[in-house]
Design a protein. Sequence first.
Length: 126
Amino acid sequence: MPTANAPQPEQVFCKRAYDDPADNDGYRVLVDRMWPRGVSKDALQLDDWQKALAPSTELRQWFGHDPQRWAGFYQKFHKELEQNAEAVEAIDNLLKVCNGRTLTLIYAARDEQHNNAVALKRYLDT
């Protein structure tokens, strides 16, 4: 659960790294630990890259993008975020920098409904 006193983003979007940036993306932040394959830095047009807001390697490997593990994944991921001081600080800083603007969480996964950015958005919405 975010703790920052900064205003919540106007909207939070999740967008694949392979989709073109749009004018209404607002503040664009990559939330994966690894850089998306085959995408240049210029093409992503990021404002930030927050590796601390990605799930641990162990959790990511356990999930394996299996939709049947989705509920367990996002619950475990939310617990990871709450127990990781670096992640809590990263969320607070992200909200302060975003300062109420639209926030777009960039991810590389193929599945647009079951991925770490969607789980992070869900966390930010609570």
